[in-house]
Design a protein around this ligand. Structure first.
Ligand code: VGL
Ligand code: ZN
Length: 198
């Protein structure tokens, strides 16, 4: 059994002062750095959008940030512009220990489709390749931390559980956006998928 720490989207735009700031997002940097020592592998994910990405409200006519639109693959929240490729907002928080990461996996770089999960884009079909990487390395057990609890962490955890990994989310090392009760909903859905909330 080998155990990977998957650190979700610890980027400037999701931390206080960023374009899609999650309250307290910066408070989990130090605890995550400390956790990195205890795993066989560390993987970082990086939200990585072109400026014309379809998940940005500004790229839709008359759409407000945090409203929901219908995409060919289902409902999609429209976000403020965030994590634009090459921008400072897309950089990892400056306090995060990048030297301990074996792999950085980027997601959300296709204009027409968003990708919350580290495993599949929001159509639940297009893969990021992460499952193959983890399986090739014999990493059967995953612990997830990072931002945001109720979007990218939850979607990643649920996909990982469905793919057959043993999945744990350390909630103290996450923070939620909490849009219309999304935090409680994410917790329920993670539990139903067999994710352990620690
Ligand atoms: C995220 C909204 C849009 C996240 C990424 O990391 O949870 N949320 N893009
Ligand atoms: Zn995004």
């Amino acid at each position: 059994m080998a155990h990977a720490l998957i650190v979700i989207d610890m980027q400037n735009d999701f931390c206080p002062g960023g374009a899609l700031a999650v309250a307290g997002g910066d408070q989990i940097v130090a605890p995550i750095n400390d956790m990195m020592r205890d795993y066989d592998a560390v993987v970082l994910t990086q939200d990585w959008h072109p400026a014309d990405h379809s998940s940005f409200a500004e790229n839709h006519r008359d759409a407000q940030p945090f409203s929901v639109t219908q995409m060919p693959y289902g409902p999609q929240v429209l976000w403020p512009r965030h994590c634009v490729i090459g921008s400072e907002g897309a950089d990892f928080h400056s306090g995060l220990r990048l030297d301990r990461a074996d792999l950085v996996i980027r997601k959300g770089f296709r204009r027409q489709i968003d990708s919350y999960s580290a495993f599949f884009e929001n159509d639940h079909e297009t893969t990021t390749g992460l499952a193959g990487y983890l399986r090739d390395r014999g990493l059967t057990d995953l612990t997830l931390v990072g931002l945001a609890h109720d979007f990218c962490v939850a979607w990643s955890a649920i996909d990982a559980a469905r793919l057959g990994f043993a999945v744990r989310v350390v909630e103290s090392a996450t923070r939620a956006i909490d849009l219309n009760g999304s935090r409680d909903q994410a917790r329920t859905q993670m539990r139903q998928a067999g994710v352990v909330l620690a």
